[in-house]
Ligand binder design. Sequence first.
Ligand code: SF4
Ligand code: MG
Length: 339
Amino acid sequence: GGNLVEVRDLKVHFPISRGVIFDRVVGHVKAVDGVDLSIPRGKTYGLVGESGCGKSTLGRALLQLTPPTSGQVTFDGVELTTLPPNKMRSMRRRMQMIFQDPMSSLDPRQNVESILVEGLQAHGIGADRNARREIITKTLDAVGLPKWALSRYPHEFSGGQRQRIGIARALVLGPDLIVADEPVSALDVSIQAQVVNLLDELQAELGLTYLVIAHDLAVVRHISDTIGVMYLGALVEEAPGDRLYRAPLHPYTRALMSAVPVPDPEVEDRRERILLAGDLPSPANPPTGCRFHTRCPWAQPTRCADERPVLRQIGDSRVACHFAEPIASGELRPHKVTA
Ligand code: SF4
Ligand code: MG
């Protein structure tokens, strides 16, 4: 029981430097700017948001692949941000990552066996070649690849099979946590569900904990116990998966949801379409107050531009909006919605 992962006030700021001879730091991109979240053991946390919202950086910072600027990341009770490198190395085995594009993350000159054996050797798993081969064969079976895959090369597989190799490479080390960054967005829609189902089955069988990062809400819907929505480096809403789809509370989540197609084409889609004005502002120069106020159809003068809303509990959700209740009740009407 309990949380496998706890993230507290996590910030990842990248310096922007300029200069001909001497670099000077002229600002910071606040890719992640104060995120709190917890992932219970054996559960899936879906993290969604537009490209550039900081979700991939958050995933990498969680695994300490990108050093956080400040804040804490606790994994199985161990604070990672202050852990000495040698201790971090042994923790690494327990926290693996799956990438968006298996083709670019798999070495084309290595066959499947050597791709998978690399991690085992690095972490000293398996007594000898035979023991390692047995672990690898079992892992291939678990991800639905045949034994003959061992001697084949990445280009000999389809996109979906390559992602299975990517999953096997993470799985072979026996991790507790898998961070999957856009695990299916490079795949054909027809293959996406198969890979998502595989992740789901592996979780049930092995008790894995997942952080699944996606820009597409439809992808995380069915596997996430909790979904967090990020906007410009911060969580704007977090809720149990079904709750978020049934009744999103934050204006940004409502806008994202209104763009998700209704699954049944026979059902008339009567939902209001919420179109967001303008582009995502730069995370180097985020808007004052509520970061969403420049695009929010419900923004109110002058509080939304002046005061940054904190993530607060409303029912079983956490929402960062000053006006979440009057928006939910319909008391406050949007001023920029199209039918
Ligand atoms: Fe919109 Fe204001 Fe709520 Fe921000 S705080 S989401 S600008 S209504
Ligand atoms: Mg990304």
